[in-house]
Ligand binder design. Sequence first.
Ligand code: BTN
Length: 279
Amino acid sequence: MTWFTASRAPPEPHLPPGWRVMEFDSLDSTNAALKRIVEQEGDVQEGLMVWANTQTAGRGRAGRVWQSPRGNVYVSILIAAPESLAQAPELGFVAAVAVRETILELPRHNAGAPKVSCKWPNDILIEGEKVCGILPELTTDDQKRSWIVLGIGINLKTVALDRAAYPPTALSVHQIDTSPAHVLTVLTRSLFKWLQIWREQGFAAIRQQWCDCGPDLGANIAVGLPEGAVSGEFIGLDEDGALLLETRKGRRRIVVGDVLFPGSETGPATGENPDAAGD
Ligand code: BTN
């Protein structure tokens, strides 16, 4: 195990003040490891990160597996939960906005910028394919303080997967040739900034930013729900981040679900594809 601190940092990653990273070669899951640290060791601070080169039991949303070959970013970041836990899901949108900004800031070999967009609730797409998944999980320390373990997986190398619920891509496919440590430097800077904006200006500022790079208003969207897929026109995000759709049966407010790949509406809904990775 290696500890890097902001004051005694090697060339990379450079971290925001007070943030520190515990680096591992291989872990079951960085989310699981950071939760263990919070629950068993207590005395933790915002910005504590667990970073691994590979995971043997990477976790995705809705109980899915997140395949974790070497070369990609697997990190979990500890963030103090908002006073009202009802606002905790907002952090996933904060992270999505920060990851998108990070990708756009990374140096590219080609001139044109790729289209980097947000997919509800917390995924990042490049040219319509998934490059990043985010898994926020709540936990509590021994002093009963609530924390969010913010898990972020970013594909840097090509990810070849047969059965992903959403087609995956990687930064390298889009001429972005970088290292996990450099991504972590840019990502933590961006996340630090957007966390401050969220706390000072509220979720409205984040929602605006997310909507600017989310689906077009009026776009047809299908969402996988336990009872089956629902589709309709995207009419925005509600004040708490819920997805608003205008369906043939009227307006739907969706709090939990997965936006499906266009044309795959008849495919598996959430949680039915345990082998899927990259989604
Ligand atoms: C998703 O299903 O889209 C979320 C995937 C989140 C994967 C990341 S990788 C780092 C962290 N550790 C985990 O076990 N999962 C998250």
